[in-house]
Design a protein around this ligand. Structure first.
Ligand code: SF4
Length: 220
């Protein structure tokens, strides 16, 4: 089934979903967003990556801020960089995504990059076998092979994202010290307080209403 332009979901939401499904729902369903040091640094890195739209470097063409879309997968987004490496059968697209920090143990960055590659494949009609993640802290590129395992995990994540957005249900908070400590939505999510409850927005509305009309809520 092909999606229409109105139904497309942002590729960046996949990264949020893999990091924490609740964070994804808070941002893309409840429309909460908060910037912290990590997201601010990441944003600056992306803005720099999008300066100078296209240039040649030797025999290689480098395009920046490339708009992406897949009607087949129902995704849209923007690649920081797409390099076009000369190959006998024609230029080979190679997406590169800038990330602050270091390589991570979870799959969020690789899945986001793989989704970009899947969009590129639909747009240019050619296989995109590999790309790279550039990490600001280590100043190094890590090559990522888009093998069948990563493609499978990426397609699973796309299905889960579609389900989460369609059902508009925010998963309950699950406190994890490392993950929540780096989350820009920690204040709004309140994972230590709300573990197991559904919607931060509903909880906040209830608490504010209780304070305004009846004094402080009992469960504080
Ligand atoms: S604070 Fe933790 S549980 Fe809440 S959205 Fe962030 S990562 Fe998820």
């Amino acid at each position: 089934m092909a999606f229409s332009d109105d139904d497309l979901l942002p590729i960046s939401a996949l990264q949020h979903l893999v990091y924490c499904p609740r964070q994804c729902a808070l941002i893309h369903v409840e429309r909460l967003w908060a910037e912290n040091q990590f997201t601010a640094e990441g944003r600056v890195l992306h803005e720099r990556a999008h300066e100078n739209k296209t240039r040649k470097q030797g025999s290689q063409r480098i395009a920046r801020g490339v708009l992406l879309r897949s009607l087949e997968l129902g995704l849209f987004g923007q690649a920081d960089i797409v390099e076009f490496h000369p190959a006998p059968s024609g230029d080979q697209a190679f997406p590169v995504e800038y990330k602050r920090g270091r390589p991570k143990s979870h799959d969020a960055d690789r899945i986001q990059l793989c989704a970009q590659a899947l969009c590129l494949e639909e747009m240019i009609g050619r296989e995109v076998p590999a790309g790279a993640l550039f990490y600001g802290k280590t100043r190094r590129r890590v090559d990522v092979l888009f093998d069948s395992a990563l493609r499978g995990r990426t397609l699973d994540a796309i299905r889960q994202l579609r389900q989460l957005i369609d059902h508009r249900q925010t998963p309950p908070a699950r406190y994890d010290k490392a993950r929540c400590g780096r989350c820009s939505l920690r204040r709004q999510c309140m994972p230590e307080v709300l573990e197991g409850s559904e919607s931060a927005t509903r909880y906040l509305s209830r608490s504010i209403a209780a304070i305004l009309h009846e004094g402080p809520a009992d469960d504080w």
